[in-house]
Design a protein around this ligand. Structure first.
Ligand code: GUN
Ligand code: ZN
Length: 430
């Protein structure tokens, strides 16, 4: 007998990008909807009564007023930084040297890597994050631990060994050759296994020699179906440092472009202080630009130009950037994206925020045909939101006149208490 489940509640998905299409056309909302799932996939999304009538006897989980939507997709995280999240008072380079590198050094120990992987997946599940693209550390063990845990949980994740062969402490550097060899071996071991995909991961230009960047560019050319993730133009003093290190480069992006590390499947985290040429090239190749708003305010990096980049038609994803970011929650991350956009006089609609945290991030990872939406044929990664999870939220959402007004207080004030349930790959995540 096929194992079918019908989830009932309010339902929200997206037919179009709400940055390009009027909200009411872009969003697909039902006051009393249903999502039929079978063997890990979404089979149908429709009216609750119609689906119930068409599938008599199906197992039903009725969430009442709960809002059923896609699981959150976090397009840029560092799972090894779980233990140092919310470390006080530094800017980027000091923060890396003081907090990040000492912690990442510990991941040569496979047991520690496994322990933090488990903790990270437990924490993110409580926040309804079902897919993430994570940096690991230079240690292949850190990649094995992350993929092993994700696989056991049936999750679709992206990860890669972080490569660094300069400007990092002893014990946290590889070489151009070992970065290439280890990354290649990890691609062979994990890429395409179940729901796992590998991202080639040079940390950022300051910690890779030109030889290492070239080696990883060559590896990407050999494995063009892999994503490539790195950091770009996060802080102004970082950019000055990069330009001093790469005197021939036209700009920061050029330090990647020159070595074969600019492409459609490239993910460029932060991308705050961009030159016109960089924006034009990112758009031209269709690369992913990843907004990390809690990190950008926490580390004091700057205000991402969501309005301008969206108007240009850039591919933009949303991310926590754990642990430079100060939260594991994509709700909190959407709230920060809203606040940052407000400072640029560009208020984002609740639909745009939800799209960024689900379908938009999925598209930045080139996974829009698999995850990030409530649509037939997509994988059944689903969260159910309680739009009245605390008294302060409940009193506001009770006055709402439409779904957006009902949802916005949860985006702005919600936390893990707003996550009523999580389904991963068609199974209720325990
Ligand atoms: N740039 C290079 N590495 C990192 C990192 O780990 N976090 C952040 N926020 N920026 C980086
Ligand atoms: Zn990062």
């Amino acid at each position: 007998m096929t194992d079918e489940t019908l989830l009932l509640g309010q339902t929200l998905g997206f037919d179009q990008n709400p940055f390009q299409t009027p909200i009411d056309e872009a969003a697909s909302y039902r006051r009393r909807g249903g999502v039929l799932i079978r063997e890990g996939l979404i089979v149908t999304v429709g009216e609750a009564d119609t689906l119930k009538a068409a599938h008599p006897g199906v197992k039903v989980v009725d969430y009442g007023e709960g809002l059923i939507t896609a699981g959150f997709v976090d397009a840029h995280v560092h799972y090894p930084q779980t233990g140092i999240i919310a470390s006080w008072g530094k800017r980027l380079i000091d923060w890396l040297n003081s907090y990040t590198f000492p912690e990442e050094m510990r991941f040569h120990d496979a047991d520690y890597a496994a322990e933090i992987s488990k903790l990270y997946f437990d924490l993110t599940r409580s926040h309804g994050v079902t897919t993430m693209a994570s940096y690991c550390t230079i240690h292949p063990e850190s990649v094995d631990a992350f993929f092993t845990e994700a696989r056991a949980r049936g999750q679709r994740v992206v990860a890669g060994k972080t490569c660094m062969d300069r400007n990092a402490p002893d014990g946290l550097r590889d070489t151009a050759q070992s970065a290439y060899d280890d990354s290649k071996a990890l691609i062979g071991k994990w890429h395409g296994v179940d729901r796992l995909s590998y991202a080639i991961t040079p940390r950022f230009s300051p910690t890779s020699t030109p030889d290492q960047l070239r080696a990883l560019g060559d590896l990407w050319a050999e494995h063009p179906d892999c994503l490539m993730q790195t950091h770009l133009s996060e802080q102004t003093d970082e950019i000055d440092w990069v330009m001093g290190m790469f005197p021939e480069a036209r700009d920061y992006l050029d330090t990647y472009e020159a070595y074969g590390l600019l492409g459609e499947k490239g993910l460029y985290g932060h991308a705050i202080h961009l030159e016109d040429r960089e924006r034009a090239r990112l758009k031209e190749v269709g690369a992913g630009v990843i907004h990390c708003p809690t990190s950008n305010t926490f580390i004091g990096s700057g205000l991402f130009d969501m309005g301008g980049l969206m108007a240009e038609g850039q591919r933009v994803g949303l991310a926590t950037d754990t642990g430079g970011g100060s939260s594991f929650s994509m709700l909190r991350t959407m709230a920060a994206a809203y606040e940052v956009a407000q400072l640029r006089h560009n208020p984002l609609h609740a639909a745009q925020l939800m799209w960024l945290g689900t379908a938009g991030s999925a598209a930045s990872l080139h996974m829009e045909d698999k995850i990030g939406n409530l649509q037939p044929g997509l994988e059944a990664d689903i969260v159910v939101l309680d739009l009245a999870s605390t008294p302060d939220i409940a009193q506001r959402s009770a006055r709402a006149n439409d779904i957006w007004e009902a949802l916005f207080p949860t985006i702005m004030m919600g936390d893990d208490r707003a996550i009523s349930d999580v389904w991963i790959n068609g199974k209720r995540a325990a």
